[in-house]
Design a protein. Structure first.
Length: 421
């Protein structure tokens, strides 16, 4: 009896330790505990979802790839543990998240379409998100893939939170999002299955994250965790205790580098969105998108540096940083096909972006430091909207000075900028 009780306690302790070792990878961030929701966290999730939605509306996007901080994985060099696609025009409603989730406590997964608030109600470690806004053409291609046959064709039900990115045996949630991206960029006729998607990703220099799992962790995972599988990894992973895994960090960064027209935005609860600087372009990927076969093999993946969270204090942002973020959100929105300047002035996109950029500079110059740094988050968003209206009205005024009335392509007279729908 003593031996049995000792064994039982050992197993329970091992299972508990394992849950602590692999919290981010379990169930794509889903909380398996049968506990009552935390009211304060629920309120934060709802407020955060509202703030992100406002930023997305300002961005002019129809689709973004969005990541969340499911748990603290800083010791593994990982910040964003799970990604999904966020689609504005979805049959289920505006800004629906499409992502893969592991069924709690099992080794299987399914695809889910759910509201934005739900995405942040899985007990996240931190209310911080990072999303990438692809170029308009790629947004359309990904949307078609998600609403078409590619959505299921790229899904493998057999789930492993540490699935090897170069095997079709298992899959994790980030791997599904990554393979959807490959199908969208290359076209469904070129990529119709997971093997073809992985081949394309390998040729185009996708670099998975590398995580260390020591022998003790591996043994515990094999015994007690149906969602952690090692059989798809090569022997070298076991020998070096280093495993290649698709994480939110690696997928977000790959999209950003693949699509030269994309924008990466980071946002924390009750803080302004921050637009990231553009990375150096990858000519190999650009060539592949034009149908040119890469000539050199992809380099070995390297361990990505830890992604640092954005400081929660909005005052830490300088005027230039805030201006940059405003320009990154306002200009694409003002120059979108459905916008006033396109519909009522038929202004070509390049000319629109140049004129709106200049106008944002002029309008932003009138905003005082007190208005920028001492207001609430709601006031900051209103200030951004006001700068946006000011910029479009400024461009409209310069065009109206030529004497031509603002009309649609069909000849209908347009209302003032603020009344335009």
């Amino acid at each position: 009896m003593t031996t049995y009780l000792t064994l039982t306690r050992t197993i329970a302790a091992a299972a508990t330790c394992l849950a602590m070792l692999f919290p981010a990878f379990a169930n794509a961030g889903r909380n398996c505990e049968d506990a009552a929701p935390d009211a304060a966290k629920t309120q934060k999730a709802l407020r955060f979802a509202t703030q992100i939605r406002e930023s997305l509306e300002l961005s002019g996007a129809n689709l973004v790839l969005i990541g969340r901080v499911g748990s603290d994985q800083s010791k593994r060099g990982i910040r964003y543990t799970h990604v999904g696609y966020l689609l504005r025009e979805h049959p289920a409603g505006a800004w629906t998240v499409i992502h893969q989730l592991n069924a709690c406590g099992t080794g299987s997964s399914d695809l889910f379409d759910e509201g934005l608030a739900n995405f942040f109600m899985d007990d996240p470690f931190d209310f911080e998100t990072r999303f990438v806004v692809p170029s308009p053409a790629l947004q359309d291609a990904i949307s078609k893939a998600l609403l078409g046959s590619s959505k299921r064709a790229m899904h493998e039900q057999t789930y492993s939170s540490i699935a090897y990115p170069w095997s079709t045996k298992h899959q994790n949630s980030n791997g599904w999002a990554l393979e959807i991206l490959a199908a969208a960029i290359a076209s469904p006729t070129e990529i119709s299955n997971r093997g073809a998607a992985q081949k394309w990703l390998n040729e185009n220099r996708y670099q998975p994250s590398q995580i260390r799992i020591n022998g003790g962790e591996r043994a515990g995972a094999r015994l007690f965790s149906p969602h952690i599988r090692f059989g798809d990894h090569p022997d070298t992973a076991w020998q070096t205790q280093t495993y290649e895994v698709s994480t939110g960090d690696s997928v977000l960064e790959f999209l950003r580098r693949t699509d030269p027209g994309s924008r990466m935005v980071t946002q924390r609860l009750d803080s302004r969105p921050v637009l990231a600087s553009r990375p150096k372009s990858d000519t190999r990927i650009s060539a592949a998108r034009l149908g040119v076969e890469p000539t050199n093999p992809p380099p070995p993946a390297t361990v990505a540096p830890p992604v640092q969270p954005v400081a929660p204090d909005s005052n830490s942002q300088s005027r230039s940083q805030i201006l940059k973020s405003m320009q990154g959100l306002i200009i694409p929105y003002a120059c979108r096909p459905q916008g006033y300047l396109n519909q009522c002035r038929q202004l070509e996109r390049g000319a629109c972006e140049r004129q709106v950029s200049d106008a944002v500079l002029r309008c932003f110059a009138t905003v005082s430091d007190q208005q920028l740094f001492n207001g609430s988050e709601q006031a900051a968003m209103q200030q951004m909207q006001e700068v946006g209206y000011c910029a479009v009205e400024s461009v409209e005024a310069s065009l109206a000075a030529g004497g031509r009335q603002a009309k649609t392509a069909q000849g209908k007279v347009c209302p003032p900028v603020r009344n335009f729908k």
